[in-house]
Design a protein around this ligand. Structure first.
Ligand SMILES: Cc1cc2nc3c(=O)[nH]c(=O)nc-3n(C[C@H](O)[C@H](O)[C@H](O)COP(=O)(O)O)c2cc1C
Length: 211
């Protein structure tokens, strides 16, 4: 079956709004990685609202391979803390909410739903493990970045972490092997002395080139 993705026709050009300084500060320039958290709870409604925003980024052929496990019970928290590196245990224990972001290794099963103009791509990806895993890694990372922005947009702070035993988290929380842990994110309102000193960012001069 051949089909094309036709743009929705517009009768005039669209002028997009520009995010104001307060919005830019909240999402980017003033946004920080939280290392301590206040006791203020994060509700299930807030956690659901994160995904309502984070589900919108573009991904290759709309693949959307990222999945989210919210750790809510004290028992699950204790198990997760046990899999974190020593330097991360305390903050994961103290954060009001913790998300384990994961890649759905069988994300391509959703292609007929998420990319209905090319449902046969499901079979292409089933047959090509290199394309499947590469695409899942890139697109889930992109989605994880948007997940952090969504946390910030809701007035919460995120503490992303890669310091953990991924195989242990997978074995404990995803025993069927379909989801693979990609990032653990502490979520909450900042506590006492929540930020480390701001580290320098590379500016245009060192990152951007022109052709
Ligand atoms: C993918 C990723 C992995 C990270 N892993 C850890 C970690 O294991 N432990 C930790 O304390 N911080 C971790 N961080 C936090 C970074 O060190 C922090 O975001 C960075 O220094 C910028 O800090 P800032 O947002 O306050 O400027 C991680 C951040 C990212 C995005």
């Amino acid at each position: 079956m051949t089909s094309t993705l036709a743009p929705i026709t517009a009768t005039s050009t669209t002028t997009l709004p520009v995010l104001d300084e307060a919005g830019r500060a909240l999402l980017f320039t003033d946004a920080r990685t939280a290392n301590t958290f206040a006791d203020t709870p994060v509700t299930d409604e807030e956690l659901s609202a994160i995904w309502d925003l984070a589900k919108w980024p573009p991904t290759s052929a709309n693949f959307q391979p990222l999945r989210v496990l919210y750790i809510r019970t004290p028992e699950a928290r204790e198990r997760l803390v046990g899999h974190m590196n020593d330097g991360n245990k305390e903050k994961t224990a103290a954060a009001p909410a913790v998300a384990v972001l994961a890649v759905d290794t069988r994300f391509h099963e959703h292609i007929p739903t998420v990319f209905p103009i090319r449902p046969e791509m499901q079979d292409v990806l089933e047959a090509d493990e290199t394309m499947r895993t590469g695409s899942a890694a890139l697109n889930s990372s992109l989605q994880a970045g948007y997940f952090i922005l969504a946390v910030r947009a809701l007035g919460l702070a995120a503490g992303p972490m890669l310091g953990y035993d991924a195989a242990a988290i997978d074995a404990d929380f995803f025993p069927d092997g379909r989801w693979r842990t990609s990032l653990v994110v502490n979520i909450g309102h900042p506590g006492e002395n929540p930020w480390f000193p701001r580290l320098p960012r590379l500016d245009n001069e060192h990152t951007v080139t022109w052709a």
